[in-house]
Design a protein around this ligand. Structure first.
Ligand code: NAD
Length: 409
């Protein structure tokens, strides 16, 4: 397992060199502002008492209150949480969101817990963490947490603080002040990046697309591109992959996966032998897990454009191989920042008590995606560096301005 914190610092170092970031700011951003490790006691249904380890990392708050997800998974490490908090600082800056980077989590296996145990665990997380509210640090959802968990976290926070504060917790259900469009946001943003980057390469509607992962992000990206006239020819999930060179009817694939829970067996496509990543296509969207494109398979990628929907789907060693082969890459911090944009909208709506219709959420999201992609592409051309380095450099420039204005250097 690669050290994700070291990988994140590598990106930081490269971008810091590009913008000649002041050494003291470089040191400051290479060290999280605050890292908290704590334990949560949990009474299991059978009476056993267990202790779970939890973390919350606040990377920097020069750009605004820290924000973002709560990951619950077995094997969770402090390095993973630190790296994700740094990623959140970068994503917020890329998307023009006035927020710092935060991430938290619990080392636990949700599938090993009853519903009651899971509820007590997430409530315990808030009780032990005592988040400081909408103007300081706003936890949201991530792997292992969903709208239901965030509703319990909000309730626990409001019970402790003694007042209603919907903006203090993100990714909650709309009935409790969540934003419409939260589920679709990242997939919409990914497809918008594919359209914008595709246009610069002459890859418009009719171009072929392969997508790894048909979950929340991959399925919405597939549906949106299909609706725009792109030919989605191959789709995979953790159980297998399907292919149809004439294009898959994504609407019907949705009906199939809703019934069966997997893409395998879909009557409108054949089973794919081999990897979806290596399919002959114009646009590849890895939307599953990290490091799926690595040194050993990078040369086998045929797509001209790769849009990183997952976090870090391209391992650092594969990046130069793909770039040398002339592949265009829209990096994760740009391609999948749609989710954090709508989280920011959620906080804004909670603070103002003015809840937006879906059309407003979507149009403002697409406008933000256009700006984030456009600014990154322009800096990439200006500096003559790949989009990934340009995105990190742009983010560091914005964070640097906030730090310097605050007199932090
Ligand atoms: P999800 O759990 O809803 O879906 C993941 C999909 O990937 C599923 O179809 C699963 O079967 C498939 N998958 C898992 N492991 C696989 C493997 N080894 N090979 C092929 N397919 C595999 O997750 P999601 O919310 O769609 O997120 C997908 C990725 O995007 C993750 O890396 C996540 O961290 C990242 N991401 C998600 C969001 C968001 O808003 N959900 C935001 C930013 C980044």
């Amino acid at each position: 397992m690669p050290n994700v914190w070291e990988e994140a610092l590598l990106n930081l170092r490269k971008a810091a060199e590009i913008i000649y970031l002041e050494p003291e700011l470089r040191t400051r951003l290479s060290t999280p502002m605050r890292f908290t490790e704590f334990t949560i006691p949990l009474r299991r249904d059978d009476g056993r008492k267990e202790l779970y380890t939890a973390y919350r990392c606040l990377h920097q708050d020069a750009t605004g209150p820290t924000k973002d997800g709560t990951r619950i998974r077995p094997g969770l490490t402090p390095e993973e949480i630190k790296a994700l908090s740094l990623f959140m600082s970068i994503k917020h800056a890329v998307a023009g969101i006035p927020a710092g980077g935060g991430k938290g989590g619990i080392k636990a296996d949700p599938s090993d817990l009853s519903e009651g145990e899971y509820e007590r665990l997430v409530r315990g997380f808030i009780r032990r963490l005592i988040p400081k509210g909408a103007h300081r640090d706003v936890p949201g959802a991530d792997i292992g947490t969903d709208a239901r968990a965030m509703a319990w976290m909000l309730d626990e926070y409001e019970q402790i603080s003694g007042f209603h504060s919907p903006a203090a917790i993100n990714d909650k259900p709309a009935a409790l002040g969540g934003s419409l469009g939260g589920h679709e946001a990242t997939g919409w943003g990914v497809s918008e990046c594919a359209v914008m980057a595709g246009a610069t390469l002459g890859l418009g509607p009719g171009s072929t697309v392969a997508i790894q992962g048909f979950g929340q992000v991959g399925s919405i990206a597939a549906l949106t591109l299909w609706e725009k006239g792109f030919k989605v020819i191959s789709v995979s999930d953790v159980f297998g992959a399907v292919i149809n060179p004439n294009g898959i009817d994504i609407g019907k694939l949705f009906e199939h996966t809703t019934k069966t829970g997997k893409v395998n067996g879909f009557y409108g496509a054949a089973a794919l032998e081999g990897s979806v990543l290596e399919v002959e296509c114009d646009i590849l969207i890895p939307a599953a897990v990290q490091d799926v494109i690595h040194e050993s398979n990078a040369k086998a990628i045929k797509a001209k454009l790769i849009v990183e929907a997952a976090n870090a789907p391209i391992a650092p060693a594969a990046d130069p191989i793909l770039l040398a082969a002339g592949k265009a890459i829209v990096p994760d911090v740009v391609a999948n920042c749609g989710g954090v944009v709508v989280c920011d909208f959620e906080r804004t709506q909670g603070l103002s008590n003015d809840y937006w219709p879906l059309e407003k959420v979507k149009s403002r999201l697409l406008e933000r995606m256009g700006r984030a992609y456009g600014e990154t592409a322009a800096l990439s051309a200006d500096l003559g560096v790949p989009m990934r380095q340009a995105a990190w450099a742009m983010a560091l420039k914005k964070i640097r301005v906030s730090m310097l204005l605050r007199g932090w250097s």
